[in-house]
Design a protein around this ligand. Structure first.
Ligand code: NAI
Ligand code: 15L
Length: 265
């Protein structure tokens, strides 16, 4: 399936730079947006820098777009103001612009930090109550609720992807459970963009890992089959951290260090 025009927000970020090259294969025009430098436009790319908190700029971003991959925003635990502007007001602006332009499909980069205060000895499903582990997790919870509302009220479909840890390699013991390769990220985003009937679906963005804290059974209809496991990195990761401190909240809870970051004043 080929799209005429896809919008990728957060295109200058870690995942945005990966998807920038990968999504191009699936569309005629890839519109890229961020507040950070996007470099030069390659063939078939359209650069549209925009602060997400600027409603008029975000309105312009959504014009003529078939679907959106929304990665833009604050991606770690930060003070309230940047989170409010980028993640809460910004995501609202995106959905309002989608509504006004008739854009019908969004892939929303949510986060495992929506449920970061579950323990590492629990397996959580997208149907379980949210337990955000900070202001960042709360802002992603808001984004998921926004997505649900915009489907129920306006029929805009979203897959909220509660991404675990998508990096070249798992960096620590926690990421043995939460890791997702960039190839699996691409598989998941493409499944989310192309599944025929999606409503608002929530799925954890994780690989085919041996240790897992999340059960994606309720999102089987998305059609995502992870193919990369963190297991091949286990020996290296465990050797780097031979004796984890079992009294550390970052070791007890799924959110890891996010559960003890902040407050900032
Ligand atoms: P990143 O921080 O590298 O990229 C985010 C991008 O958003 C940056 O390029 C930044 O300039 C842009 N941005 C920030 N504030 C903005 C604003 N006010 N207006 C417009 N653009 C703004 O993060 P990364 O790792 O690429 O993550 C992408 C998305 O996926 C984020 O929404 C993040 O919360 C989510 N995510 C990522 C995970 C991962 O493992 N990389 C895990 C869970 C969620
Ligand atoms: C996130 O939500 C962050 O965006 C990412 O940088 C990682 O910290 C990830 O969660 C994680 O939980 O490892």
């Amino acid at each position: 399936l080929r799209f005429d025009r896809l919008l990728l927000t957060g295109a200058a970020g870690g995942l945005g730079r990966e998807l920038r090259t990968r999504l191009k294969a699936y569309c005629d025009v890839l519109r890229l947006s961020d507040i950070s430098d996007l470099g030069a436009a390659a063939a078939g790319e359209e650069l549209m820098p925009a602060p997400l908190e600027d409603a008029a700029a975000v309105h312009a971003l959504l014009a003529g777009v078939d679907a959106v991959v929304h990665l833009g925003g604050v991606s770690t635990e930060q003070p309230w103001q940047p989170i409010l502007q980028a993640n809460i007001i910004g995501t609202y602006n995106l959905y309002e612009a989608a509504r006004k332009h008739g854009v019908k499909r969004v892939v929303f980069a949510s986060s495992n930090h929506v449920t970061g205060f579950y323990r590492q000895d629990e397996v959580v499903s997208p149907k379980d109550p949210m337990r955000p582990d900070g202001l960042y997790g709360l802002s992603k919870a808001f984004g998921e609720n926004l997505a649900q509302f915009y489907f129920d009220r306006y029929g805009i479909e979203t897959v909220s992807v509660r991404i675990g840890s998508s990096f070249p390699e798992p960096k620590n013991r926690r990421m043995l459970a939460t890791w997702m390769s960039f190839d699996d990220l691409e598989r998941l985003v493409m499944a989310a963009l192309t599944a025929p009937v999606i409503g608002h679906s929530v799925i954890y963005g994780m690989g085919d890992n041996t240790t897992t804290w999340w059960d994606n059974t309720s999102a089987r209809h998305v059609g995502y089959r992870p193919q990369d496991s963190s297991e091949r990195f286990r020996a290296k990761v465990e050797a780097a951290d031979p004796k984890p401190d079992l009294s550390d909240p970052a070791v007890i809870y799924q959110g890891g260090p996010f559960v003890r970051t902040g407050p900032f004043d």
